[in-house]
Design a protein around this ligand. Structure first.
Ligand SMILES: NC(=O)c1ccc[n+]([C@@H]2O[C@H](COP(=O)([O-])OP(=O)(O)OC[C@H]3O[C@@H](n4cnc5c(N)ncnc54)[C@H](OP(=O)(O)O)[C@@H]3O)[C@@H](O)[C@H]2O)c1
Length: 276
C-alpha cells in the first residue's frame, strides 16, 4: 500500500468506493476488498449501505485502526444541531464508535458554511471522527472552509479521472497540504475503451483500469476510490503496486483531460466549477 499524508494522518492512497452497492452484495464486496488488501473504504449517508459496510469491517478480523473509513453527511443535515445528530446516526448505522474521515458531501446553498464547519469541528472534538474534510468544493470554497475551521481539513473529494483536467485544483490543494480524493477514478468504466490508455496498459502488461489507478495514485497528494460490483475486479483494481508509469506514460494520460470532461452534476448542489 502507498499512503498520502494529510492533516497529520497517513491515508491509504487506494480505497474501495461503495456507491450503488447494496445489501448482502455490498457486505460481501467490502469483505472481499479487505481480504485482497484494501485498507480504505468510502461510504456515505446517501448510499444507504453503512450498515453493510460496518458489518464487513467488523467481521474482517482486522483491528479497527487498520481500516481507514470515510463517510459523508448530506447537505440537508448541515444545520449545526442536525449535523451533530447525523454524525451520531452515521456511527449508529455503521455499528462503530468513530470513523476516520467525515466529509460534507456537497456544498449547501442554504446553511452558512461557518456554522456547518464549526459543528463539524465539534463532532471531531467529541471523538466521533479522527479527521474532517469536504467534497465537491471549489478551491475558494475549501479556502473559506479552512479559514473558519479549527482543525486542518484532510481532503476535498472530487471527480477526477483521465478525461477531466483537475490540474488547477490539484496544484492549489497541494500548496495547502490537502489531499485530493479522486471519485469516479475510472470515469465510470469509460477508461477501458480509450486507445491511449489501452496502449500504455499493453506496454505494462496491465489492464486499462490498473493503469488509470496507477496514473492517479502516482500523482503526489492523490487518493483514488474505485468501485466495482464484480468480485474479480475488486482484486484487479488493487493490483497496482508492482509497476510504475514513466514520465511519457503520465504525460500521455494527462493529455486526455479537458475542463469539459466532468460526468457528475447534482442539481441544486453543484458549485460553479470554473472557480477552480
Ligand atoms: N463525493 C461524491 O460526490 C462522490 C460521487 C461519485 C462517487 N463517489 C465515490 O467514488 C466511488 C467511485 O466512483 P464511481 O463509483 O462513480 O465510479 P468509478 O469507480 O469510476 O467506476 C465504477 C464503474 O466502473 C466499472 N469498473 C470498475 N472496475 C473496472 C475494471 N477493472 N474494468 C472495467 N470496468 C470497471 C464498474 O462496473 P462493474 O461494477 O461492473 O465492475 C462501474 O460501472 C463511488 O463508489 C463513491 O464511493 C463520491
Amino acid at each position: 500500500m502507498e499512503y498520502v499524508e494529510a492533516a497529520g494522518a497517513r491515508i491509504p492512497a487506494l480505497g474501495f468506493g461503495t456507491w450503488q452497492l447494496e445489501g448482502d452484495a455490498c457486505r460481501r464486496l467490502v469483505e472481499r476488498a479487505l481480504e485482497v488488501g484494501y485498507r480504505h473504504v468510502d461510504t456515505a449517508e446517501a448510499y444507504g449501505n453503512e450498515a453493510e459496510v460496518g458489518a464487513a469491517i467488523q467481521g474482517s478480523g482486522l483491528r479497527r485502526d487498520e481500516v481507514f473509513l470515510t463517510t459523508k453527511i448530506w447537505p440537508d443535515n448541515f444545520a449545526p444541531a442536525k449535523l451533530k445528530h447525523a454524525a451520531a446516526d452515521r456511527l449508529h448505522r455503521l455499528g462503530l464508535d468513530r470513523v476516520d474521515l467525515l466529509l460534507l458531501h456537497w456544498p449547501s446553498p442554504d446553511v452558512p458554511l461557518q456554522d456547518t464547519i464549526e459543528a463539524l469541528n465539534d463532532v471531531k472534538d467529541m471523538g466521533l471522527t479522527r479527521l474532517i474534510g469536504v467534497s465537491n468544493f471549489t478551491a475558494p470554497m475549501v479556502e473559506a472552509a479552512q479559514t473558519v475551521s479549527r482543525a486542518q481539513l484532510a481532503t476535498n473529494q472530487v471527480e477526477y479521472h483521465p478525461f477531466l483536467d483537475q490540474s488547477r485544483l490539484l496544484q492549489w490543494m497541494r500548496a495547502k497540504y490537502l489531499a485530493l480524493t479522486a471519485y469516479c477514478p475510472l470515469a465510470r468504466g469509460k477508461v477501458v475503451d480509450d486507445p491511449v490508455i489501452k496502449g500504455v496498459a499493453d506496454r505494462h502488461g496491465k489492464t486499462p483500469a490498473q493503469v488509470t489507478l496507477r496514473w492517479l495514485i502516482q500523482q503526489p497528494g492523490v487518493i483514488a476510490i474505485p468501485r466495482t460490483s464484480n468480485p474479480a475486479r475488486v482484486a484487479e483494481n488493487f493490483d497496482v503496486f508492482d509497476f510504475a508509469l514513466d514520465d511519457a506514460d503520465m504525460t500521455a494520460i494527462s493529455g486526455l483531460g479537458t475542463r469539459a470532461g466532468r460526468m457528475v452534476e447534482v442539481e441544486g448542489h453543484s458549485p460553479d466549477w470554473e472557480e477552480a
